[in-house]
Design a protein around this ligand. Structure first.
Ligand code: GLA
Length: 335
């Protein structure tokens, strides 16, 4: 019997920066997908407590994106990229809300890869699962989710330089709550995400790598939309560094301001927020004891994240709002 635990993630700051080699600060959370099962001869066959239909994937799968049910695509993406010699039969359970922007799909991919005996570094695991995700979903996602879930350490957020893929563990201060609040289901996420990736490529064609650019450089971009996208990415990379510095000195006002500014930039310049997410984020940010709040992850819905004094948002907790803590990354629990 093999048991794998693979957590979800919440991004504290640094959204839509990973696919231009920028900076991000996500953390693996204490909500996780568990996969329990045994090696099997010729295919991967998984049941799930949350899915009616079995995911069945042949080891020589060529088109994981065509598999049904929907969740089998992610399993298939891993099998197609990893090409394991042996299959696996098992059962999946999860405490990660599915499709809420907390990387339930990345958690599943890493769980499957580890159950299939993936051998390699956390970075190699993340890169393989990123390709699996891209194949399964058709979305040209970056590496943040998979690398955070591969490398997370209890008590720490993972500062990732998405150009070098270097990871620095950043202690999450004690005496603070990280609260995740579900807003609404994501809309248009796939196609709009790809459009943003293309807009960043257009910005880079004009002014070079966004990672190296300064805000003033954006004035050389003629297209106003592309200019605004670049402004978000350049300013967000700077905010990630400033946020890490604020955490290190426990400067709650500065950390909160940076989160609020990050949300404003995602809403105005990157246009990945929605009126409902804006309303949720303002409500959270304005509540007594809250340092700051922002939408987290890909956007167009999903979840908001807030940092606050312990208990400040307890009145909000329930089926769609949770205090999360920084947990360990994906690993084989028992073999
Ligand atoms: C999704 C993607 C990530 C990242 C975020 C936005 O979660 O999978 O790679 O781009 O959106 O920061």
């Amino acid at each position: 019997m093999i048991t794998v635990r693979s957590p979800g993630r919440v991004n504290l700051i640094g959204d839509h920066t990973d696919y231009t080699g920028g900076l991000v600060l996500p953390m693996a959370i204490d909500r996780a997908t568990m996969l329990v099962g045994s090696p099997a001869a010729d295919r991967v066959e998984l049941t799930s407590a949350d899915q009616a239909d079995v995911a069945r994937v042949e080891l020589d799968v060529r088109h994981p994106e065509r598999l049904t049910p929907q969740w089998a695509k992610y399993v298939g993406g891993v099998v197609a990229e990893m090409r394991p010699a042996q299959g696996f039969a098992g059962h999946v359970t999860t405490t990660i809300p599915i499709g809420a922007g907390l990387s339930s799909s990345a958690a599943l991919e890493l769980a499957v890869a580890l159950a299939l005996g993936f051998e390699g570094t956390p970075t190699q695991l993340a890169q393989m699962c990123q390709r699996a995700e891209q194949r399964a979903s058709g979305v040209p996602c970056g590496i943040m989710d998979q690398l955070c879930i591969a490398a997370g350490q209890i008590g720490h957020a993972t500062f990732i330089d998405c150009r070098s893929l270097e990871i620095t563990l950043v202690p999450v201060p004690e005496h603070l709550d990280v609260v995740v609040v579900f807003g609404h289901s994501r809309t248009l996420a796939g196609s709009e995400y790809a459009t943003r990736v293309a807009e960043c490529a257009a910005a880079e064609a004009a002014i070079g790598p966004l990672r190296d650019a300064r805000l003033v450089d954006t004035t050389h971009i003629d297209d106003w939309t592309v200019r605004a996208r670049a402004r978000h990415v350049i300013s967000e990379n700077a905010r990630v560094l400033e946020f890490c510095a604020a955490l290190a000195t426990n400067d709650r006002f500065e950390a909160g301001r940076l989160m609020n500014d990050s949300h404003a930039s995602l809403a105005a310049d990157y246009e990945t927020s929605t009126p409902r997410m804006d309303a949720l984020v303002s409500e959270l940010a304005d509540a007594p004891g809250v340092w700051g709040a922002r939408m987290t992850g890909g956007g167009f819905g999903g979840c908001a994240v807030a940092l606050c004094e312990p208990g400040a948002l307890d009145h909000r907790l329930g089926d769609s709002a949770w205090v999360v803590t920084a947990s360990n990354g994906a690993h084989v629990v028992a073999e």
